[in-house]
Design a protein around this ligand. Structure first.
Ligand code: SAM
Length: 316
């Protein structure tokens, strides 16, 4: 069993983008506010979880920047004793305004999800004409020292696969750590969009010459890194289908509505919110926590069924 030291904390199920593969139209109903964990409840849990091994928190969503007073939450999280790093995954909308306050509140690094550098394609994928705002957000985050900025691109066959080279050049020009993510056909949706990381690497090698693997110690995350020899650019590949990383997975997930789960792709979860709101004693919460860890699957379930939930609901 891996050491569990990383919590992906979803702070809202709301999002300001409607990426067609992530947040389908029939899923646009939002949770009522009283169903969402409060800052105090999150911190109460974290104060316990740090004793059980949690050291890093990644704030995600939905879109985390939409959570009211998100800067305060980051400040509260980074003040919890035992938390060594607070990071965030965002779509970048609003980041230009948030980057500095977040940095000052203790955020260490940021990942920005971006699937197209073409305005029309961005609109097609996300339903929003806001590419420029995301690019401004990335530039501002860089200016504020939220380094290294990882740009995560989900490659979708027939949709944005023609942008691989553009993204590589963009990463090179802006000193960004670009990571290509294999699309997961969650709940049986979208098998046709899948492109393997191997295929992406082959395409890159044809244009830029050899790629060589870069050491990345196990347990530090799901990506495998390669360097383009010719220009030294390091690229990450997250390959849940072709190269599953369950063996090195050190994470738990807490959904915005307070369900604790050990895997994106397993339906097993416990109702942490219920326990916190009932004032359950520490031992009871620890029991729930351990139950989740014991039920951590050793491998992904390849039907990628998330009990009907999508990434934006669980906290991608
Ligand atoms: N709003 C934030 C963002 O955009 O980064 C956080 C939540 S979003 C669900 C996190 C990531 O999950 C995004 O990079 C999105 O592209 C990715 N994602 C969503 N559905 C996916 C799928 N089926 N396969 C792979 N990645 C997916």
């Amino acid at each position: 069993m891996n050491k569990i030291d990383y919590l992906r904390l979803s702070v809202t199920d709301r999002c300001n983008l409607n990426c067609f593969y992530c947040r389908p139209k029939e899923k646009l109903i939002q949770l009522p506010p009283q169903e969402i964990l409060s800052f105090e409840e999150i911190v109460k849990f974290l104060n316990l979880a740090t004793h059980w091994g949690i050291k890093q928190v990644r704030v995600t969503g939905g879109e985390p920047l939409l959570r009211r007073n998100i800067v305060n939450l980051v400040k509260m999280l980074s003040s919890v004793g035992g938390i060594e790093e607070v990071t965030m995954t965002t779509n970048g909308l609003g980041l230009a305004n948030f980057a500095l306050p977040l940095k000052e509140a203790g955020l260490s690094r940021i990942n920005v999800s971006l699937d197209s550098l073409d305005r029309r394609k961005f609109l097609e994928i996300t339903g929003c004409d806001n590419l420029r705002e995301v690019l401004r957000g990335i530039a501002e985050a860089k200016r504020c020292g939220l380094d290294p900025i990882k740009v995560n691109m989900v490659l979708l066959r027939g949709v944005n696969e023609d942008e691989i080279f553009h993204f590589v050049s963009f990463a090179l020009e802006n000193c960004l750590l670009l990571r290509f993510i294999e699309h997961m056909p969650i709940n049986g949706k979208g098998e046709r969009w899948y492109i393997s990381s191997t295929e992406i690497r082959e395409r890159i090698q044809k244009k830029w010459g050899p790629l060589e693997p870069v050491d990345s110690s196990p347990g530090t995350g799901p990506a495998r890194y390669f360097r383009i020899k010719r220009n030294e650019l390091i690229l990450g590949f997250i390959s849940p289908l072709s190269h599953p990383f369950c063996d090195s997975c050190s994470r738990l997930r807490l959904t915005a509505d307070g369900k604790l789960r050990s895997c994106l792709l397993s339906g097993f979860e416990v109702d942490l919110k219920g326990a916190l709101r009932e004032g359950a004693p520490e031992e009871e919460i620890k029991e729930l926590y351990e139950k989740v860890i014991q039920n951590k699957p050793k491998h992904h379930h390849f039907n990628f069924s998330c009990s009907g939930k999508f990434m934006f609901e669980i906290g991608g």
